[in-house]
Design a protein around this ligand. Structure first.
Ligand code: EPU
Length: 424
């Protein structure tokens, strides 16, 4: 298992280019299942979850072509032939986002069999809202042998448009129902829809494919189903979480970094908090220049759905608070178990206590290097930031979590002057 070894204390300096967003790429890859014509994608991030999704799509029958072998950011997908409408337990257990094939397969093939995801490191994460929405669209759904077995009624019929109000805001739930609704007969209304930019990016691709969607970017999506979708070309939106992670790294470690190819307009809540922490930012349409010359100041925050502060940035900003002056409270409202990094940050000398869904961090002047273990994707990023801010050597084990969602993070950090290396 790969590890990352780093020696903290070097300020970050230089330029970094942000990759396409993982959480936009995953549903966008699944959208290719909605048409028998080619989908051309650019700015696809080269990371493990994308490779896993491509493998799942290939098992389903999708032809995956990288026109230029040296360019893993440009792919052509062709789902002319669907050989199997199944996502196995083996696939879903390695990546929960595999659930995103359910809506498109059911809409196009009128049946699908997808393993029911279990709980995961950050929470129980049920998919009841995905199922409830598809049932409202006329699907018959049974859970059998650990699988969601879904078909339209009768099996020759399309899904039917419906009015759906989810009990809570769910990102992949909105994406699954949105994709299913594009090929349903009649109009579907999704109320309480997630407004995350990744949902908007998926919707924009679907529109290019011929879908009729209004309300993109709002919490009410109206989809007028069409009989057929066609091929399209799309460039994946830049990853706001990767950009935010680099901003937090500069805030915790110090230095001056130009973050390029990003979408600052999707990072408002994160930038507001980092400004409060003392990070200086100059902002252009697709870049942010971040400068930090002092110790950060502690900032309290709570996670919530977009456009509020993202849960996917909670661990990274906590690492900044760990070395900040003053104390902060951090409340996690989206997932019930997303504080696994706290004990590991404390192994580096942080002073963070957990009370229910709130972490109370007392900033310390210096962290000191240690061996720590990554427990999930964003926890890994938080430990890397803390390790770069710590004195001495830090080793982060189980780095496969980081590789799931970051495109060459240690190479990008090395180019910024960080002393970090991968140990095979
Ligand atoms: N929920 C339910 N029932 C459902 C769906 C969701 O109870 O049917 C609950 C979840 O348990 C959770 C809350 O609703 O408490 C929100 O979950 P959501 O469905 O929005 O999360 P998700 O779609 O599974 C996506 C991202 C996550 C990100 C969350 C929240 C993808 C592939 N994943 O997950 O990304 O944290 O939205 O923004 O888009 C990450 O990238 O590290 C990551 C975990």
């Amino acid at each position: 298992m790969d590890k990352l070894r780093m020696v903290g204390g070097s300020p970050l300096k230089g330029e970094v280019k942000i990759a396409g967003a993982k959480n936009a790429a995953l549903p966008i890859l699944c959208a290719c299942l909605l048409t028998d014509e080619p989908i051309v994608l650019r700015n696809l991030p080269d990371l493990q979850d994308v490779r896993t999704m491509l493998k799942l799509l290939q098992e389903i029958g999708v032809e995956v072509i990288f026109p230029d072998q040296d360019d893993r950011n440009h792919v052509v997908l062709n789902a002319a032939v669907i050989k199997s409408s199944e996502a196995t337990y083996e696939m879903v257990k390695t990546m929960r986002a595999s659930i995103l094939v359910l809506g498109p397969l059911l809409a196009r093939m009128h049946s699908a069999k997808v393993s029911l995801p279990g709980g995961c490191a950050i929470g129980a994460r049920p998919v009841d809202q995905h199922i409830k929405g598809l049932k409202a669209m006329g699907a018959s759904i049974k859970i059998k042998g650990g699988y969601i077995q879904a078909e339209t009624k009768p099996p020759t019929e399309r899904l039917k448009g419906a009015s759906i109000l989810t009990d809570m805001i769910t990102v992949t739930g909105t994406e699954n129902l949105l994709m299913a609704a594009t090929l349903a007969s009649g109009t579907t209304t999704l109320e309480n829809a997630a407004r995350e930019p990744e949902v908007g990016d998926l919707a924009e691709l679907l529109v290019k494919m011929g879908a009729k969607i209004s309300g993109i970017g709002t919490d009410r999506l109206v989809i007028e189903g069409v009989e057929k979708l066609h091929g399209a070309e799309h460039s994946v939106i830049p990853d706001r979480i990767e950009a935010g992670t680099f901003l937090c790294a500069v805030a915790a470690v110090g230095g001056e970094v130009l973050i390029q190819d990003c979408r600052p307009d999707t990072l408002d809540a994160v930038m507001v908090k980092l400004k409060e922490a003392g990070l200086q930012m100059e902002v252009g349409s697709d870049w942010i220049k971040a400068t930090m010359q002092t110790r950060p100041m502690a900032v309290s925050f709570r996670t919530s759905e977009y456009p509020a502060f993202p849960t996917d940035m909670q661990a990274q900003l906590m690492a900044v608070n760990a070395v900040a002056s003053g104390s902060s409270t951090i409340t996690e409202t989206i997932f019930e178990n997303r504080f696994m990094h706290v004990q590991e940050l404390n192994r580096l000398g942080a002073d963070i206590a957990i009370e229910g869904n709130t972490a109370i961090a007392q900033g310390v002047e210096k962290l000191s290097g240690a061996t720590v273990m990554a427990t999930d994707l964003r926890a890994s990023a938080s430990l890397v930031i803390a390790g770069l801010a710590a004195q001495g050597e830090t080793q982060v084990d189980r780095i496969y979590h980081l590789d799931r969602g970051y495109d060459r993070m240690e190479q990008k950090l090395t180019r910024l002057g960080a002393r970090i290396e991968r140990i095979k």
